[in-house]
Design a protein around this ligand. Structure first.
Ligand SMILES: [Zn+2]
Length: 416
């Protein structure tokens, strides 16, 4: 039996430290563990332990390409065009090495579950899915990897994609992806949504669509929230559909926006803002008061929509920044979403923990409580309210009860 004891650990926002006993990958006790209890013991010295971070939206296969070729004009269209060209030269080893680098960085940063969105289209074929299926096995003891079959180039605009999506699911992809804005007409965008949700329903899988990713909703291909909500309910997929980006929601008039948010809430459709990408690609044609390009987080909360956030891309034409650190994303979202103070920041922290676990369907045994799987992160901090602001070092990352990453750092002020 594998045993690990966290001593003097401050569990989330608890006032006083306690002990956490883990056996065989499961949290058994949160409270007092006798000194004589056998097993490896880590003295947390009052530091905070949280459940591991969850990245519900990360593109591993096309990460780390910013040095190869940048985005020519900073727009979404430019990013899709450049990356589409670079994809033609992808090799198995190249995709594997770049994916591995980001995967390992995310683990060191305290992430214990990643939902990855590899491109599936006639150019990339199933390369991204195949590489991630291999990495899922290789890293099984360090991180959980969900694989989304993601038709970045559209389905009807890119003939052959529908068959590849089915093949990706047969190969072991866990989630049906979508990109309905990348079609030539609103009718095709609607057919795209229907096809994705039909596949999800037929295979008993969740769906995760890139949707409504524009500064405003003037082009109806970027204003599909209500349509997706309606189609979700029609197929009985409530609670199993997620929309990434959804930036155009913020650009709709208040009454219209309220209707869209109500439809999403009632349909149980989650939204995942991707602030680094949304800010970078948004507002490119604005000449005054450049728009922020962020989904309206507080209004989504108030409407009862499940909201998480994630890194999306790491250093490529879509997002030439990023460190695969969920806390960086959380702070960026707080800074750009008018979110501040202990109540807001606690909720932002939930977006990369409990709410992200719900988005990925991994919330059943998530948390720091008896019976939860022991996917945990010990932060080098004793102040819960400062976590998002300080982004403290991840002193220990624990996956299934085993320490899989450790950070020690010493910085000294040398007074003359
Ligand atoms: Zn994405």
């Amino acid at each position: 039996m594998h045993r690990l004891i966290l001593r003097r650990a401050r569990v989330e926002h608890a006032a006083a430290p306690c002990d956490v006993l883990i056996t065989d990958g499961v949290v058994r006790t949160v409270g007092t563990v006798p000194d004589a209890e056998p097993g490896r013991s880590i003295d947390c010295a009052g530091r905070i332990v949280l459940p591991g971070f969850v990245e519900p939206h990360l593109h591993l296969d096309k990460a780390l390409l910013d040095g190869v070729r940048p985005n020519p004009d900073g727009t979404l269209a430019g990013a899709i065009a450049v990356t589409g060209e670079l994809k033609r030269a992808f090799t198995h080893a190249d995709v594997r090495d770049r994916s591995r680098t980001v995967l390992e960085t995310a683990i060191r940063n305290g992430t214990t579950l990643i939902r990855a969105h590899p491109d599936v289209d006639p150019v990339a074929g199933l390369l991204g899915v195949e590489v991630l299926l291999e990495l899922r096995e290789e890293y099984r003891q360090l991180v959980d990897l969900q694989i989304v079959a993601f038709p970045q180039e559209g389905v009807f605009r890119s003939p052959g994609t529908e068959k590849l999506l089915t093949a990706a699911l047969a190969a072991g992809a866990d989630v049906v992806g979508g990109c309905p804005y990348n079609e030539d007409s609103l009718a095709d965008s609607h057919r795209h949504v229907e096809l994705v949700l039909d596949l999800a329903a037929a295979h008993g899988l969740p769906a995760d669509l890139h949707a409504d990713f524009a500064d405003d909703a003037s082009d109806p291909r970027y204003a599909l929230a209500e349509f997706i909500a309606e189609q979700t309910v029609r197929r009985g997929l409530s609670g199993r559909v997620t929309l990434g980006h959804a930036t155009s929601l913020a650009g709709r008039p208040p009454a219209d926006r309220a209707r869209a948010l109500t439809a999403l809430a009632e349909a149980g459709v989650a939204v995942v803002p991707l602030p680094a990408t949304d800010l970078h690609l948004g507002g490119r044609h604005d000449t005054t008061a450049t728009r922020r390009g962020i989904a309206p987080v507080r209004e989504l909360w108030d409407a009862g929509v499940l909201v998480s956030c994630s890194s999306n891309n790491i250093r490529n034409a879509f997002t030439p920044y990023g460190s695969a650190d969920a806390l960086d994303t959380a702070l960026l979202l707080a800074q750009t979403g008018h979110l501040s103070g202990p109540a807001d920041l606690s909720r932002v922290l939930r977006m990369i923990t409990y709410d992200a676990a719900r988005v990925t369907g991994a919330d059943g045994d998530y948390g720091v409580r008896p019976g939860a799987r022991a996917d945990l992160v010990v932060l080098d901090s004793t102040t819960y309210d400062d976590i998002v602001l300080d982004r403290p070092d991840r002193a220990y990352v624990i996956k299934a009860g085993r320490v899989v990453a450790r950070t020690t750092r010493t910085t000294e002020l040398l007074h003359p």
